[in-house]
Ligand binder design. Structure first.
Ligand SMILES: [Zn+2]
Length: 236
């Protein structure tokens, strides 16, 4: 799932569509759910408490990445502390079968916070190389995609700064990352970067490409490319 962003498509609307998605997801019994950031449109105790109440009804375990609306376009020690207090860590990893999923706080690269950015990056490099050495399949879960159209595109609101982007992409290649799931674009965009599948996907608040609201179901088997399908919400 991407950008539930409570309040972006209308607060009540976004709560209703998230509930609808929850019903449909629960009926599918997936192993787990990831949400690629922008959990709320305006971060506050009320919006996070509403969002956590929604998560409560989701049966599978659920892993959230923070977006720019969660930790702010220019995060500060205070905005990071607030997110961590309300929602938990902004970067971490988890495991499923033979795969490692690395959840990242892309705002720390979009708008660096002295100390914090270096800490995440050190942790990321460590976690990547440990998973790679253990022969695990590695997925990244993040909010801002590395790029939208091509790896050498100019910096803009929808990608990561070019120098950092190229450095991180090289790191992903060296460590055998297989797929990167992101949000933020409010459009469905699918890229292949030297064999790394990159998808910014479906959402429940408001999108810019007029596709139905919904989510994407992934089938992570032995075969690549991994298969996925979009599941539109039954009630739009
Ligand atoms: Zn965003």
């Amino acid at each position: 799932m991407c950008d539930p962003q409570l309040g972006f498509g209308g607060y009540e609307h976004d709560i209703r569509t998230f509930r609808q998605a929850t019903q449909q997801i629960n009926a599918l019994h997936p192993d787990f759910v990831v949400i690629c950031g922008d959990l709320v449109n305006g971060s506050s105790r009320k919006s996070y408490s509403d969002f956590k109440a929604l998560l409560h009804d989701l049966n599978p375990r659920c892993f959230c990445a923070p977006g720019n609306h969660d930790v702010h376009n220019a995060p500060t020690p205070a905005s990071l502390a607030f997110y961590r207090k309300e929602m938990g860590p902004d970067y971490y990893s988890f495991e499923q079968d033979d795969s490692t999923f690395i959840v990242l706080d892309t705002q720390l690269w979009k708008s660096p916070v002295p100390g914090e950015t270096e800490r995440q990056e050190g942790w990321f490099r460590n976690t990547l190389s440990k998973a790679h050495r253990a022969g695990r399949r590695i997925f990244l879960i993040q909010h801002v995609p590395f790029f939208v159209k091509s790896a050498d595109e100019p910096d803009n609101y929808y990608n990561l700064p070019e120098e950092k982007r190229l450095e991180l992409l090289r790191l992903c290649e060296e460590n055998g990352v297989v797929a990167i799931l992101a949000g933020h674009t409010h459009k469905t965009i699918i890229n292949d970067y030297h064999g790394i599948l990159m998808v910014t996907g479906e959402l429940t608040s408001r999108n810019f490409d007029h596709r139905p609201l919904g989510f994407r179901v992934w089938h992570i088997g032995a075969q690549r490319p991994f298969q996925s399908e979009v599941v539109p919400l039954n009630v739009q």
